[in-house]
Every structure is written in structure tokens, then in C-alpha cells.
Write a protein that binds this ligand. Structure first.
Ligand code: AMP
Length: 560
């Protein structure tokens, strides 16, 4: 199959809003592919160069691509900016510049059209490049690839490299397309996809061995499984009610979820997004190989960063551990981590996902050795639950999980079997002092806002966060009009405005951050309402923000 057919399919998908049409077009396309083309094609259609479960990474930035595009097309920065301002999409920008190329490429008459598998092969070679000079070699290879592209092909090669398809065709629709193409039940495709970790792999199996092949896909060591997720509830009462009068509460730790796979002597650790993080966590590897009493197992738990007294530190500290590939030794000393387990999905040749929660936990206890399990208790009484929540918060944790007694493990599903209770911090009234134009659909709107608190000492407004979350499209349009009246300075796609507009903002926590002069930043900020009734002078002060920030730290310290 030639790559152009895939690009043409993407164009058609982009142009329709009908899901049924998208599914039909894609399933017809999948049916025409050779067996070996299916996995790469499904990945590319979803805007990823490789399956989620692959360890291959391209490490090619938009900046690198821009350099290549300049060289190939002879376009200027201004032309690129203009194309981007018009389309709001980097793929389309690329296509526009390719179409208006100043130096027309010498089209050799014997040049073969680009094959779908060739694109995959080149990307694979790019991902393999490491070490000195890798950046330049990567650039050269991608330049070679893009040089062979017409505008439409270039548009999609760029989108695949950057990982932003934006055709509106996502995972769920792909599952339906695969089911239709290979005449297998969609539920089976979905289930298989959770275990296999990527729909592209499932598509390939469905094409080759149909329904039976899919039925044989279950949990297996060294193949990461999509994690089961939780819905939010307001409080303890709601959790108990949803779970039919009785539930099992566990401490909810504010760390990173890990899935630990053991196969004989080998241990591998996968993150929530299924990437392999084994090398960042050598001490967890040691702990697991020493303590897990099983030949083969898949266990799940949470890794948290701790201070030297063993109390939990904010999630942000832990991120530094994951970002580092080098200097792991030093990071181990500076940011020690602790593991607590909460589930067991596979044990010595047998899938446990369909066993009741309590039984999985029992077995987990029996194989966990010295590794701690999350604090847990079962109750039907709200007052007991509230006490337990209070204890979790005092110990510096984030809240509670509630797990329905008797429930199976449902990979990848955010249902009501698991619930989470996170008492949020009180909302703040903040002032918008700047904004940026968005991307894609929002490229003509100021949709990303800088939020500030008032420093009573200086009268200035100090930025403590940024968010694009919370407002409806209509509100964003209105906000854009309002902000444009208040502009004091424009810097590219960013504007700074007079501090006039007050909004109510919720957030998860306040972090220490060098990003803003205030030294603090809101994590997961979200606008919950506009406060036209408030003037900026009535907004929350920097002192108030600092007080909440320090309260968080104190709560964590008290746990010791
Ligand atoms: P959230 O990330 O807010 O959707 O909450 C779900 C996450 O909480 C899971 O993905 C885990 O990383 C984390 N978590 C912390 N403690 C537990 C626990 N005891 N059981 C399950 N998940 C937990």
C-alpha cells in the first residue's frame, strides 16, 4: 500500500463529522492491507509512529521539523507564521508551505511512490539513532523522507512524527473499524486492546486469527495492561451508596502508578501510560525481585517520593525521577521513593482479573513479602469512613479510593467499581493578566489564561498559574473579545492585559515553582466560574495563597 492512500484516507476522515462514515472508510481501508501493513497503518491513523507499548521514541521536536521544512520549501519564518495563523494546525501549515515551494523539487520520473511500510522503516531507523551526532543524523533521515513527499503526504508525515493527528478519529472509533473490517465482536476487540496495550496489535491479530485469536489475548507478563481507572465522587456517603451500602476504602497516594511485571528473574516496570520506566526505578526493581514470592506475576501499586523522614512529598518531586535517564544514582539519593501495592492481576500462569477484589488482595498479601500494601478497610459506616479519610489526609496523602467489594479488575475502564474521593482545596478568586491564542479549533481565540493574585505589599498582580480549562466555547469567545479591549502588550501569540477580569479557580495543590516570580504555581488549575461581581481589588491575595501553600506542607509534615 502506498503512503498516499493513507494520507488520502485521513483527509476524508478529517472532512467528515459522521462517525459511521469514518468507521466505514477506515474498515474498508484496513481490509485492503497486507497482514504486515496493518499494525503500522493503525498506528499512523491514530497519529503515533509506533504502538503505545513500544519502547521506540523518535525524539524529534517541532523545532527540528521547522528547520527541515524551511530548507525543503525555502519558506521564511513569516510565511510559516502566516500559514499557522490561518490553519492553527502544524500538519496543514506544512502542506501549505510544501504547496507553495519556491524551489521546486526535481521530480525524478523513476522515483517510486512512498510506501506505507517504508515510512515505518525510516521512522524506526530514526528512533534507533542514539549518542553523538544522533540529532543531525535524525534530521538528515527525516529530511530525506520529507523530500520524497508531496504536500498531502508531508502533512501526515509531520502529524505522525509530532503525534497530533487531530482528525477526530480516535481509539474508540478505531476499535469499531477493526471489528467491522475483520468481522469480530467489538467488545472482544475492546477487551483484547486493554490487555495487548494497543489497538494496532489487536488489529493485526484480528486480521490473522479472527475471534479465536482475540479470545486468547489475556494478561501476560512483560506485556503492559491498560490500568483500571476511577470516577470522582464528592464524599464518603456517596461512595458507600454507589457501592450498595458497603465499600472498601484505601488510602489514595499521590504518586505515580506502576505496573510491575515479573518473569523468572526479570523485572520490568511500566507507567500508567504503559511506557517502560524500569531504568528510572532501580531500587523498586531490587525490591520487587527480592520480595515478590512468585515466579510470574503482575502487580500494581503506587510509587511516591518521600522526604528523609519517610513522609510523602508532592507528586512534582517524583516527576524529576521519571524525567531522568542519566544520573539515576544521584536521583536515588536525592529523591527516595517508596512503593505500596494495591492489586494483583496475574500469578504464575493464571489471569486473576476476574476474581473478586478481596481475593486478589488476599493473594497479593500472600506474595508481597516485605512490600507494603496500601492501608485498607471495609465499612458500611460513613463516620468510620470519614475518620479513615481524616487519617489519610493527616498522613500527607491525597484522599481515598473506594473499591466495590466483589468486583473484577476491568482494564482501561473508568467505571463505578473504583471511586476516588479527593477533598479539594478552597477555590481562589484570581485575576486574568495575560492570555494566549489556542491551537486547532481554538486558534483564533484567547483560550489559555495567566492567573494572578494581588500582592498587597506592592499592589502588583503576581502570576501563580495558567489554565485553558473550564470555560465553554461561548465563554471563551466572549472572553477573547473582553481581553482584546484590555491589551497592553502583545508578544507573538501572547498578550498581556490590564488586570480587570476576576475568575474563580479550583486546583489540586499549590506547588513550589521557579516558573513565576511568585515562586508558586497551581497544579491542575481550572476556571469554575466568572466573577463579574468582583473587582480585582477583591481578588485573593498572594499572602492568602502562600498561607494555603504552607498549610499543605504542614499537613504533610504532621504525618511523621
Ligand atoms: P486519578 O489519577 O486522580 O484518576 O486517580 C487514580 C489514580 O490514583 C490511579 O491511577 C493510581 O495511580 C492512584 N492511586 C493511589 N492510590 C491508589 C489505590 N490505593 N488504589 C488505586 N489507585 C491508587
Amino acid at each position: 500500500m502506498i503512503f498516499r492512500s493513507l494520507a488520502e484516507l485521513c483527509e476524508k476522515i478529517e472532512k467528515t463529522t459522521k462517525r459511521s462514515e469514518m468507521i466505514k472508510l477506515t474498515s474498508d481501508f484496513l481490509r485492503q492491507l497486507n497482514q504486515v501493513e496493518i499494525e503500522p497503518a493503525v498506528c499512523m491513523l491514530l497519529g503515533r509512529p509506533f504502538p503505545n507499548t513500544s519502547e521506540e521514541r523518535l525524539d524529534v521536536s517541532w523545532a527540528t521539523l521547522v528547520d527541515i521544512i524551511y530548507r525543503i520549501t525555502g519558506a521564511s519564518r513569516r510565511e510559516l507564521d502566516a500559514a499557522f495563523a490561518k490553519s492553527g494546525d502544524i500538519g496543514t501549515t506544512t502542506a501549505i508551505l510544501f504547496a507553495s515551494k519556491k524551489v521546486k523539487r526535481q521530480q525524478l520520473f523513476f522515483e517510486r511512490p512512498l510506501q506505507l511500510l517504508e515510512v515505518r522503516e525510516i521512522l524506526r531507523k530514526v528512533a534507533k539513532l542514539r549518542g553523538a551526532g544522533a540529532r543531525r543524523k535524525k534530521q538528515r533521515m527525516i529530511e530525506g523522507l520529507l523530500n520524497r513527499c508531496d504536500p498531502l503526504e508531508a502533512k501526515y508525515v509531520v502529524k505522525i512524527i509530532i503525534g497530533e493527528m487531530r482528525t477526530g478519529f480516535q481509539e474508540g472509533l478505531m476499535e469499531m473499524a477493526v471489528a467491522r473490517a475483520f468481522k469480530v465482536p467489538v467488545n472482544l476487540v475492546r477487551r483484547a486492546s486493554m490487555f495487548a496495550g494497543d489497538i494496532s496489535i489487536v488489529a493485526s491479530i484480528a486480521a490473522k486469527s479472527g475471534e479465536e485469536g482475540l479470545r486468547n489475548i489475556g494478561p501476560a507478563p512483560m506485556r503492559p495492561i491498560k490500568p483500571m481507572l476511577a470516577q470522582v465522587v464528592q464524599d464518603i456517603e456517596e461512595a458507600i451508596r454507589i457501592h450498595g451500602g458497603m465499600t472498601s476504602f484505601e488510602y489514595k497516594l499521590d504518586g505515580a502508578r506502576v505496573q510491575i511485571h515479573k518473569l523468572g528473574n526479570e523485572i520490568r516496570i511500566f507507567s500508567r501510560r504503559l511506557s517502560d520506566v524500569t531504568t528510572s526505578l532501580p531500587e523498586i526493581v531490587d525490591l520487587a525481585s527480592r520480595e515478590l514470592k512468585a515466579n510470574e506475576a503482575i502487580v500494581e501499586g503506587e510509587v511516591i517520593a518521600v522526604d528523609k523522614w519517610g513522609s510523602p512529598l508532592p507528586f512534582q518531586s517524583l516527576l524529576q525521577r521519571f524525567r531522568r535517564e542519566r544520573e539515576v544514582e544521584r536521583m536515588i539519593r536525592e529523591i527516595p521513593v517508596k512503593l505500596q501495592l494495591f492489586d494483583l492481576l496475574y500469578l504464575d500462569g493464571r489471569s486473576l482479573v476476574d476474581l473478586p477484589y478481596e481475593e486478589r488482595r488476599e493473594r497479593l498479601k500472600s506474595i508481597a513479602g516485605e512490600i507494603e500494601l496500601t492501608e485498607q478497610m471495609m465499612t458500611s459506616r460513613p463516620d468510620v469512613g470519614k475518620d479513615f479519610l481524616e487519617r489519610a489526609m493527616r498522613a500527607g496523602h491525597e484522599g481515598l479510593m473506594a473499591k466495590r467489594p466483589g468486583s473484577p479488575y476491568t482494564p482501561g475502564i473508568r467505571g463505578k467499581l473504583w471511586l476516588k474521593i479527593k477533598p479539594t482545596l478552597e477555590p481562589l478568586d484570581l485575576v486574568i493578566v495575560g492570555a494566549e491564542f489556542g491551537y486547532g479549533r481554538r486558534h483564533e481565540w484567547l483560550s489559555d489564561y495567566y492567573l494572578a493574585a494581588r500582592d498587597e505589599a506592592t499592589g502588583k498582580f503576581e502570576i501563580i498559574g495558567k489554565t485553558f480549562k473550564g470555560l465553554t466555547d461561548e465563554e471563551i469567545r466572549e472572553m477573547t473579545r473582553e481581553l482584546q479591549k484590555l491589551v497592553v502588550r502583545a508578544e507573538g501569540r501572547r498578550i498581556w492585559v490590564l488586570p480587570k477580569i476576576v475568575v474563580e479557580v479550583t486546583y489540586n495543590e499549590i506547588q513550589r515553582s521557579p516558573k513565576y516570580p511568585s515562586g508558586m504555581a497551581l497544579r491542575f488549575a481550572r476556571i469554575t466560574q466568572l466573577r463579574p461581581d468582583k473587582s480585582p481589588i477583591e481578588a485573593d491575595t498572594l499572602a492568602r495563597v502562600r498561607q494555603i501553600f504552607e498549610g499543605q506542607i504542614k499537613r504533610r509534615r504532621q504525618s511523621g
